[in-house]
Ligand binder design. Sequence first.
Ligand SMILES: Cc1ncc(COP(=O)(O)O)c(C=O)c1O
Length: 361
Amino acid sequence: MRDILNELEKIREKDAKYKQILGSMCTPPHKIAIEAYKMFIETNLGDYELFKGTKELEEKAIEWIANLLHAPPTYAGLLTSGGTESNIVAMWIFKLLSNKNEIVLPKQAHFSFLKASSILNLKLKVIDCKYYMKANEVKKKISSKTACVVTIAGNTNFGYIDEIEEIADICYDENIFVHVDAAFGGFVIPFISNKVFDFRAKISSICVDGHKMGMACIPCGFLILREKEWLEEIKVRSKCTHTKFQASLLGTRPGASAASAYAVMHFLGYEGYKKIVEECMNKTAYLTKLLDEKKIEYVKPVLNIVAIKLKNVERVAEELKKKGWYVGIDEENEIIRVVLMPHVEKDMINKFVNDLEEVIK
Ligand SMILES: Cc1ncc(COP(=O)(O)O)c(C=O)c1O
């Protein structure tokens, strides 16, 4: 056994270390999340008749998020493997409920909607917006064929938030579902602003990831639906488990994720998350201050994501990698992306900005 573990340790050395990672929305989980995960490592939420305690943790973790997002008492939730699965399941449900297959979404939407489109045979009508999607653009694009409008609260490259409240009002009048992809922003926005991106608006569903700013272990996402019966749309009879029905995309699902999310939510609480998010926002301001000093252009951040405007982004990212940095890149918008996650320290920012200046001069 020791030989194998030694081998694994050596192989692990090939992985990038978080102290080099500036472009990811993942971060080392909170200590209590890891402890809880280890305690529930063999539990399976796909067969929750056997794991009733773990199922209770899933429900309690969902309840915590539902409260944070002002869900009505009619809500239903699902613990997922992350934003991709949540987005696919939401599209699946709204396609079934509406009997339509057209989705309106912003250009900035995450590529998981391309997967959803391929799996579910959805027609994507993309709105070509620069940083975020405006309600008047949605108004022009929707039609009687539209099943759902996808909005983003904290888009992947810029961290910008679509005009969700206004879009939800328009769609409510037209009987069109509205999904909010808050995979990143869901664990940021409530702690730094009163912006209405959640169930206080007339939205239908929202997804939030525990394994991003939620500080839980990978894999952990949540999908919350406004109406409990909507989840019934994807319910199937399961003949080979002790549990008679499943309403999820996955079969076997890690209960350890539920335990990890529950533990960190209850350990940190609203105030604990607020402190973490405020620190990330302070580091965001610190990075932009250094960029200003060096006269390096960036898109004004609204969350803890800084899109740095550059030429030859692929070359710059490659040169930065040689200096030990991993940044996100978006060739089309000519930006490199820095996500100021909890693991990003000021000394990393100092060194990164100096290296960036050297690479682009
Ligand atoms: C806005 C948004 N939605 C969805 C996702 C997909 O999340 P995951 O990689 O956890 O499936 C991401 C990932 O970066 C994201 O930024």
